[in-house]
Ligand binder design. Structure first.
Ligand code: NAD
Length: 473
């Protein structure tokens, strides 16, 4: 592997697109329009840090305007570059189409190492970045709606909303200019965990197909499956926690920036999270062994490998050492296109990013709808449903002559809260999207993997939008 350099993230996305485009049967011009990035805004702005000024580079890319607004997260990382943001924006277009959320794809990036700045300095940078977006009309509830990504969270989203509102006083739908906000600031319950929970629902459904699992030597169901997780940030933590708590998966190794740990008996994710908070590291976790290198975790024998950090983590440098049966792409672009081809050939199931991590944008869509309707989900119907179910329970008691216990009654008569509806909508979305992808995968002979099937699902939907506009008859 001496002279090997992996394809860039954008090259991988383009290669994967081309593979699917070839079997799509769609006209060439239309495919070019779908593939191309419509708008790229690169900006540099000064921010006073301490006693001097720093010039910060940042981007916002709107990949496709076939639907409005465009939508996609904002990444804070020193590795941010135009190509990376373009690749991420393209994935957003396909992702939104796959899960039927009515947005075009977009992405933003600010080239900084966030932990090198104080909270106050980060606020300054975020507010200045938002100002640049407002100036160029690159943000707004009907224009382009950012969300969290690597290195950002609800705190940054709250600063973005406040800055936007400062410029757009009186705009009635202003809260819909950004999603992933704190619940107290027009956010929605369940958004923080949404990407990880979506990974859980997607994996659970995939694992439920007995025949598909038998083909790779696994039994159906998540319970007892061994799992390795790379990255214990937002996506990695919630994926691991929910797969462990609700799916009974066994997390045998975790890899983070500072190193990796392994315990074949299983690692309690919440205890590990607390341990990291206390000591600043996942290393030296009681009962687990520290691995020599953080990359070593990826090579452990396991049923499911979950890369949840960054792109290009599995390339031809380490692909031959991967011994997982399923790679669940919780991060965007973790497997380079050449490694993807090699692993597919070996019979590994790769669950593609643009499907599997779509839970974030799905719940962002719910948040945006909540902002536009100016009302919490469940507010109108919760009590009505509770009263109706209560009457049913009373009738049941009368008819059977048996008493329903208080516990049973409270379960039977519960009206749905916002969090229940968000989780229900998310599960429904992940299951339906997987059914559509699997149907293409099983039906179309020229499609031999889930990524190509996912691309085709997206391409057909985006193409039909363009055709409905009369642009490509
Ligand atoms: P995050 O910043 O919350 O967490 C990422 C974690 O990965 C950090 O703790 C970091 O230390 C760790 N990490 C970085 N490099 C690593 C390495 N080489 N080995 C091990 N750990 C490493 O970011 P996030 O929001 O969880 O995003 C992770 C990935 O998921 C990204 O690819 C992002 O684009 C994708 N994603 C995020 C969301 C979302 O809602 N946040 C939605 C869809 C996709």
């Amino acid at each position: 592997m001496k002279n090997y350099s992996p394809p860039t993230f954008l090259e991988s996305v383009d290669a994967n697109f081309t593979r699917a485009a070839k079997v799509s049967g769609l006209p060439k011009g239309l495919l070019s329009q779908i593939q191309t990035c419509n708008s790229v805004y690169q900006m540099n702005f000064p921010v006073k840090i301490g006693n001097s000024y720093q010039v910060i580079s940042a981007f916002r890319v709107q990949h496709s305007h076939h639907r409005a607004p465009t939508k996609g997260g904002i990444r804070y990382s020193i590795h941010v570059n135009q190509e990376e943001v373009m690749a991420l924006a393209a994935l957003m277009t396909y992702k939104c189409a796959i899960v039927d959320v009515p947005f075009g794809g977009a992405k933003g990036g600010v080239k900084i190492t966030p932990w090198k700045y104080t909270e106050e300095q980060l606020e300054k940078i975020t507010r200045r970045y938002t100002t640049e977006l407002v100036r160029k009309n690159f943000i707004g509830p009907g224009v382009d709606v950012p969300a969290p990504d690597y290195g950002t969270g609800s705190r940054e989203m709250a600063w973005i909303l406040d800055t936007y509102q400062t410029f757009k006083g009186g705009e009635i739908d202003a809260a819909g200019c950004v999603t992933g906000k704190p619940v107290t600031q027009n956010g929605i319950r369940g958004r923080t965990e949404a990407t990880g929970r979506g990974v859980y629902y997607g994996l659970k459904h995939l694992l439920s197909y007995e025949k598909d699992m038998a083909e790779i030597g696994l039994t159906a169901g998540m319970a007892g499956k061994t799992m390795v997780v790379q990255g214990l940030g937002n996506v990695g933590y919630y994926t691991a926690k929910i797969c462990q708590d609700e799916g009974d998966a066994k997390i045998i190794a975790v890899s983070e920036f500072e190193g990796a740990i392994h315990d074949p008996n299983g690692i309690d994710i919440d205890k590990l999270f607390k341990h990291r908070k206390k000591t600043g590291s996942i290393l030296n976790f009681p009962g687990a062994k520290n691995l020599k290198k953080r990359e070593a975790a990826l090579e452990l024998k396991c049923d499911i490998l979950v890369p949840a950090a960054l792109e290009n983590q599995i390339t031809m440098v380490n692909a031959k050492k991967i011994s997982a049966k399923i790679i669940a792409e919780a991060a965007n672009g973790p497997v380079s296109t050449d490694a993807d081809a090699y692993l597919r050939e070996k019979g590994v199931i790769i669950v593609p990013d643009m499907y599997l991590n779509a839970g974030g944008v799905t719940v962002s869509y719910f948040e945006w709808l909540k902002n536009l309707s100016h009302m919490r989900f469940g507010r109108m119907e919760k009590r009505f449903n509770q009263n109706t179910y209560s009457m049913f329970a009373d009738s049941l008691e009368k008819m059977t002559g048996k008493r329903i216990t208080n516990k049973e009654r409270s379960m039977l008569t519960k009206g749905a809260d916002e969090i229940d509806l968000v989780r229900s909508g998310l599960e429904e979305t992940m299951v339906t999207a997987y059914e559509q992808i699997r149907e293409i995968y099983k039906r179309k002979k020229s499609v031999t993997d889930l990524r190509t099937a996912a691309f085709l699902s997206a391409l057909n939907k985006v193409a039909s939008d363009y055709m409905n506009m009369g642009i490509f008859p």
